[in-house]
Design a protein around this ligand. Structure first.
Ligand code: NAP
Length: 289
């Protein structure tokens, strides 16, 4: 790695704080290599107070693209020249593309989620979708779901955040959106008519492998369950859902598809999906050692 660098190499990277555990450099460098592109992807730890400097640096250094992670996804928006319309509605950007000095912000969490469903041939139109959580990822997913014409129920531990997200969606879409507190009773009622259940809470994420945001007894084989957590690859929720005969989709799918969308924005080339999935899986497994 790195020996191919030349005066023509194009630079991409990720800004966030903390950044030590990111899997993105492994995923993107494997993709660049596999596609034979003279690109490199590096991690940059950028403190909250240094974000403006970092974006100025992107312009000055002609950095081709950046992934943006916690805590910069909202703050970065005011520093860019253009924002993709869906990212604008979502109110968060996780990818920046530098087209000859014009910086445009996108939300590829949204694209990643939608492409992961498309890959499974799941059409959202007219479906009932239940989203657990109302944080950053939920925001991207809820807008994508509304944009595709599905009905939405958002359940969150703090119901005010679910309400806030529902109201934000209703400003742009005329869909049916319901906000509820995340508790057993509400889950039981909501799951009755649900086609797709998406977990966007961090419940069940490493090291809390034994936790699940939904009591497993409430699951049934008619549900499709998408858990966006990718560490562990198979959460307790997905394991329990599979045992009950439900169809499951793991967070790794969304992670790789969102990376693929960023790759395509920066390079204009088709993303080598299999190579990206393989490299991300390998990075995940070595991070568990
Ligand atoms: P976030 O903005 O911090 O939101 C966290 C959400 O989890 C909030 O809704 C929070 O509810 C809920 N929550 C946390 N602890 C809880 C508990 N004990 N009981 C019930 N609810 C709880 O985080 P985020 O950026 O949205 O990320 C959430 C998860 O998605 C993480 O595991 C992250 O790794 C994963 N993710 C995956 C991808 C992918 O590509 N696969 C992309 C983005 C994120 P309150 O509002 O009540 O606190």
């Amino acid at each position: 790695m790195g020996t191919h660098l030349s005066g023509r190499t194009r630079i991409c990277g990720i800004i966030g704080d903390p950044i030590e555990h990111t899997l993105s450099p492994r995923m993107h460098n494997a993709a660049f290599q596999s596609a034979g592109l003279d690109y490199i992807y590096v991690p940059f730890r950028v403190r909250r107070e240094d974000l403006t400097l970092a974006i100025q640096g992107m312009r000055a250094l002609h950095i081709r693209g950046l992934s943006v992670t916690i805590p910069h996804k909202v703050a970065v928006m005011s520093l860019l020249d253009e924002i993709d319309p869906l990212a604008q509605k979502i109110g968060a950007v996780n990818t920046v593309s530098n087209e000859c000095g014009v910086l445009t912000g996108y939300n590829t969490d949204s694209t990643g989620f939608l492409r992961a469903l498309e890959a499974e041939k799941i059409d959202l139109k007219g479906k009932n979708v239940c989203i657990l959580g109302a944080g950053g990822a939920a925001r991207a997913i809820a807008f994508s779901v509304a944009d595709r014409g599905a009905r939405l129920t958002i359940l969150n531990r703090h119901p005010d955040s679910a309400e806030g997200l529902a109201n934000r969606i209703l400003k742009f879409f005329r869909q049916h959106v319901l906000a509820l507190e995340l508790n057993r009773e509400n889950l039981k009622t909501a799951l009755r008519g649900t086609d797709l259940l998406v977990n966007t809470t961090s419940v069940g994420m490493s090291p809390n492998f034994d936790e699940t945001p939904v009591p497993l007894t409430l699951l049934n084989r008619k549900l499709i369950i998408f858990d966006i957590i990718y560490n562990p690859l198979k959460t307790r929720l997905l394991e329990g859902a599979e045992k009950r005969g439900a169809r499951v989709i793991s967070g790794l799918q969304m992670l790789v598809w969102q990376g693929a969308a960023a790759f395509e924005l920066w390079t204009g080339a088709k993303a080598p999906m299999e190579r990206m999935r393989e490299a991300t899986l390998k990075a995940l497994r070595s991070s568990e050692d």
